[in-house]
Design a protein around this ligand. Sequence first.
Ligand code: DOR
Ligand code: ZN
Length: 351
Amino acid sequence: MTISTLTITRPDDWHLHLRDGEALEAVVGHSARQFARAIVMPNLKPPVTTTEQALAYRERILAALRKGGAQASSFTPLMTLYLTDNTDPEEILRARDSGAVHAVKLYPAGATTNSDAGVTDLLGRCARVLETMEKVGMPLLAHGEVTDPAIDVFDREKVFIDRVMMPLRRAFPALKVVFEHITTADAAQYVRDAEGPIAATITPQHLLYNRNALFQGGMRPHWYCLPVLKRETHRQALVEVATSGNPRFFLGTDSAPHARGLKEHACGCAGCFTGLHAMALYATAFEAAGKLDALEAFASFHGPDFYGLPRNTGTLRLEREAFSIPDELPFGQQTIVPLAGGETLPWRVST
Ligand code: DOR
Ligand code: ZN
């Protein structure tokens, strides 16, 4: 029997790029329509490295929500700090005491958009910070790719497990770690089987597409993100763990808006914009796997449980009604192309 509506506990997005200024104003309402909370990435220019900056950014997000006509109280940005080689352990204590900063993001230097200030040698440079995080229960969110140019771009996540993730977790076994936007069977298996407090977020694009999508009929920059889409066997492994009910896997869109001109470019930016239609995309992926009944736990329970936050009390309703993804949306002075723009999804979020 095919169901026509699906009502779930209001979900959260545990990995989101909201940007700043006009871009922020253009995208934040889309997330707020679907999600009660989001873990907001700190890779602004310059990056959000202090609690003070995170609190100021939080105010700008709330102001953008109000400007867009949303009730600021209906969406809670959960702030993060950008880890650098020079992060002071005291900053972790300030972050914890703020009550507004919920995690610290690890970008290996040079791994992705605005990661130049990232970490060059995690255990060598950040041991005291990691120790403090472990002690106070502050999660580390890892962009899990090595940056070694000798490593094939499709192998960078797998190599990260051996070179960074395993030594890190041996040194700090009680540190909470989220392996962000996993893209491989290797990462799925590692997170499923590892000991201690580890979890992973999974994006809609990595559940719906394999790397063929990047080249179907020509180069398609709006499917390009980092870590890049992998081959079909990896997609299947991600669908398997996402829909398995295992509480270590939860929703994180990694919606990463870039203006159309910067995507359709000789050196196009990495990032898929899914903020508009994230829940419809996830519902489509879960239904294709015959696991719609597993969507609520993935989207609404596992994340807050891992972060030690209360589950939401409201609901979100999805309807089986064709949703035509627009070709583009306003984005300040420019436009933005949503993932799969021009295509149709079988689900939409009720208004
Ligand atoms: O595709 C990506 N885009 N991956 C990231 O890690 C960063 C993000 C961005 O900020 O654009
Ligand atoms: Zn991201």
